[in-house]
Design a protein around this ligand. Structure first.
Ligand SMILES: [Zn+2]
Length: 232
């Protein structure tokens, strides 16, 4: 397989509601929130791990393709990633196969998409450094059905709406790849994330995002024109 191009996908990820991507228990500071967000260990600045965006794109693409591709039904129904490992599967080609290499189509090749960690845009970075971009704390409760009152408030740290991050992805193109089909699935994945959410608590309003100034090798891409559920 010959690598013939690496396409650069750039843009801005704009938060339309507070985003919570959890840091995990092992990084909780003493006396800190019990649900902190992930931050750079040195600067303390929030960021969106590439794995979070990549994972969400993949999961949403799989569940949308599931309806049109019987071969992916079983694993998706079981809540697992697509395990087909076939060259004609855009999800496995783009995001990598979860099957052992020996069970994969030998022509599948390396994972095509690379999603970089999204750091704050220079403007937001400046605001953060000057203390003008405070993180917000949202209290999420459980409603007592009988008494109709909120109980057990849990503080959830969120990056506030309006914060913007730098989107940066790369698409490796190998000899024989159907570039247009792969790109179509990248745009569909991004559009699906806009229609769904990033991070935790999406069903409770967290993590609404919009991808702006999207570009492929410097050329503008219009996500509004992407047919999200067309997987021909
Ligand atoms: Zn697959």
């Amino acid at each position: 397989m010959q690598l013939i191009a690496i396409k650069q996908i750039t843009g801005t990820i704009l938060l339309r509601s507070g985003l919570h991507i959890g840091a995990g228990r092992d990084t909780v500071e003493i006396g800190g929130l019990d649900q902190p967000i992930i931050k750079h260990p040195v600067s303390g600045a929030p960021y969106i791990p590439g794995s979070s965006l990549k994972g969400k794109m993949r999961a949403l693409l799989e569940t949308s393709i599931f309806f049109t591709r019987p071969d992916t039904q079983k694993s998706v129904l079981e809540g697992k990633p697509c395990e087909c490992g076939r060259k004609d599967c855009p999800v496995c080609t783009l995001f990598g196969s979860h099957q052992a290499p020996k069970d994969c189509d030998p022509d599948l090749g390396p994972t095509r998409i690379l999603v970089r960690d999204a750091n704050l845009t220079p403007e937001c970075e400046e605001q953060f450094k000057n203390g003008r971009l405070p993180m917000e704390v949202k209290y999420e409760n459980i409603i007592n059905r009988v008494q109709g009152v909120a109980e057990h408030p849990r503080p959830l740290e969120r990056i506030p709406a309006g914060t913007a991050f730098v989107l940066s992805m790369a698409l490796k193109v190998f000899d024989g790849d159907k570039v247009e089909e792969l790109l179509q699935h990248v745009w569909q994945g991004l559009k699906l994330v806009e229609m769904d959410a990033l991070g935790g608590g999406g069903s409770r309003g967290n993590g609404q995002v919009r991808f702006e100034e999207l570009k492929l090798d410097g050329e503008a891409v219009d996500l509004d024109k992407v047919a999200v559920f067309d997987h021909k």
